[in-house]
Design a protein around this ligand. Structure first.
Ligand code: SF4
Ligand code: SF4
Ligand code: F3S
Length: 366
């Protein structure tokens, strides 16, 4: 565990990152979060003054994809630096320590930073058969989550497994998997779903928490700055959708011309995420740009939502028919959203307002 209380600005200087590059990074991060230019400058000043924030990361029923995503980069980036710069005091996959030493590091961090540390969770929590399906150091995931969450300043559920149950909770849910928000009820939880989530979204939310506090969340606990729009709202294939031009198979003329993938099962109209704007792999592409429809990976219960290649409704190449079809699509999207929301009634439902770590009962890490 590191006790380094150095400011981020000192570390930036040590690594030879110029103020200009840092400001550019903050401007693009602020723009991705739809913050004003003035707030970009404010974010740069606040972020530069941030001291190492203790983070405890618990991995439960997961596939390591979320951790892979956050560490995946073609080159060292400022996003990586910000994530590196938090004091990651416990992380099964990334820590060098193992066995008793690893658990001692977790307990030491909890003791040293009680009420101040951020708890990040990836993976779902199995409740069936007394939680025997996933244990760490002899503790069930349920016991460890409750123990560590108790003194956390903020909770972040990373990935659809932690946010909504994800793949482990898919029918018939053999382990009785549940999300973090189905266990912890006395603290606000920031959900960053996706299977896995976009790395820039994870670091962006972290930067927001470190500078302006908890971002405004939607009814499912997702930061509105990244999950406010649907994929469909920002999709570059949208003009084809609006004209009723749909690929009918993955190798037909329409697919070659880049037409809309709605009839091939795209769930973009009911999926909220930033893939169409921020994209993946340093802004290179996202599933739809690579020729595959969105499978809705940042929405609750997407594994059980009716088949990845099944259209939400039936479109038409006839513009006249499409007008009626579009209404049906809207209704279908509304119904599907309603179904998804209904199926998530146990998840965070209230529309939360921005709060700070202090509002949540935590203490600023002075
Ligand atoms: Fe893996 Fe997806 Fe779950 Fe992340 S959300 S742990 S990538 S299955
Ligand atoms: Fe893009 Fe899918 Fe919407 Fe078509 S249905 S415009 S491919 S998000
Ligand atoms: Fe997931 Fe759809 Fe983005 S499948 S990665 S939310 S385009």
């Amino acid at each position: 565990m590191s006790n380094n209380r150095q400011q981020l600005a000192d570390e930036l200087r040590r690594r030879g990152i110029t103020r200009r590059s840092f400001l550019k990074f903050c401007t693009s991060m602020a723009s991705a979060m739809a913050l004003s230019p003035a707030m970009a400058t404010e974010m740069a000043e606040k972020l530069a003054a941030v001291k190492r924030q203790s983070v405890i990361w618990l991995s439960f029923q997961e596939c390591t994809g979320c951790t892979e995503s956050i560490t995946r980069s073609h080159r060292p980036s400022l996003e990586n630096l910000i994530f590196d710069f938090v004091s990651l005091d416990y992380h099964h996959t990334l820590q060098a320590a193992s066995g008793d030493a690893a658990e001692q590091a977790r307990e030491a961090a909890m003791h040293a930073h009680g009420g101040k540390y951020i708890l990040i969770v990836d993976g779902s929590i199995p409740l069936k058969d007394d939680g025997v399906y996933s244990t760490i150091a002899g503790m069930t995931n349920l016991d460890m989550l409750q123990q560590v969450a108790k003194d956390a300043a903020a909770l972040v559920a990373i990935g659809s497994c932690a946010a909504f149950g994800g793949l482990p909770a898919a029918a018939p849910n053999p382990t009785g998997a549940v999300s973090v928000s189905e266990i912890i009820h006395d603290k606000s939880i920031i959900n960053i779903p996706g299977c896995p989530p976009i790395p820039v979204v994870m670091t962006g939310v972290l930067a927001h928490v470190l500078t302006f506090g908890i971002p405004e969340l939607d009814g499912l606990g997702r930061p509105k700055v990244f999950f406010g729009d649907s994929i469909h709202d920002r999709c570059y294939r949208r003009p084809f959708y609006d004209r009723g031009e749909f690929a009918k198979s993955f190798d037909d003329e329409g697919a070659r011309k880049g037409w809309c993938l709605y009839e091939l099962g795209c769930k973009g109209p009911i999926t909220h995420n930033a893939c169409a704007t921020i994209k993946w792999n340093n802004g290179t592409s996202f599933p739809i740009q690579s020729g595959h429809g969105c499978i809705g990976c940042s929405e609750p219960d997407f594994w059980d939502a009716g088949g990845f290649y099944k259209a939400l409704s039936t479109g038409s190449n006839n513009p006249g028919q499409w007008a009626a079809g579009a209404l049906a699509v809207g209704a279908a999207a509304g119904l599907a959203s309603g179904w998804l929301n209904k199926s998530s009634k146990s998840h965070a439902e209230k529309n939360r307002q921005p709060v700070t770590i202090e509002d949540m009962g935590g203490k600023s890490d002075e």
